[in-house]
Write a protein of this length. Sequence first.
Length: 312
Amino acid sequence: MTMLMSDDAFISPAQLLIGLHVHLDLPWTQHPFTFSSFKIKSLEQIMTLQSLGLERIRYSPAKSDAQPLALPAEPPPPPPHSPGDDAAYAAKRARIERLLAQQQRAAACEREFLSAARALKAMTQNVFARPEQAREEGLALIKTMADSMLTDADVAINLMKDKIGGEETYHHALNVTLLAMMLAKELKAPPEAIRVMGVGALFHDIGKLELPDSLVRKTEVLSKPERGLYQQHCVYGMDIARKLGLSSEATTIIAQHHEHMDGTGYPKGLQGQTISMLARMVGLVNAYDNLCNPNNPAQALTPHEALSVLYA
């Protein structure tokens, strides 16, 4: 007989996200997990839980690191049938169904984006203590994004302006990753190149872990010494990438994502074709997202204004 703790609650499988401590009220032979009670740590676990076909899942708020996601909006009731105007009725019904489908796609993509932010947070916390685990979690996250959010790119791109779920620190890395993979896909790059670019983009700012948090989050103009230290995050990132065992291509993206074609970039002042093509693409979308989502929101540009700056 299942023991229900006083602070336990039930949620829909659609509300699952990383950080929830769940309990499966099933015999151990009816699910693939080692334990029936555990804290969700990956998107794969969420997908497995949702595949069990349960109408609701028990969780412990006191043992969880996050709050469940909001339930998707209920579909609006269908309009009353009008026998006298079947064509107009059918067109109106089709519009409602399209709108509902768009709302459901947006809600699903938002859940995936928030779960991805939490997965990135967990991965980042493991970079120094468990580098191999952090690398594997990063690779799994790139695969998940390629399989889901990349297929709904038009929906996902609208989430980039909203720092949902209180995970602002990790949204920039996700924005750059998703934009870089979209750009590579649009340019008909092979799947392996898209994957490598995704890994490099996901870890592109990993060197900032070695910088003071006050410097990384500073909203005022940096002094010359602060700017010099800040620019070292590319070098630090390259060292961390090697410890993680990332590919040489992904490591090059991390090292060169602030280099400029005219040689005015950093840390080495590389020019033209000496900069990796993938690093140039990540550098471009990194600059775009920094313009649209700066540390100081008052300085944010619209996407149109950001593109105008980049073209100029």
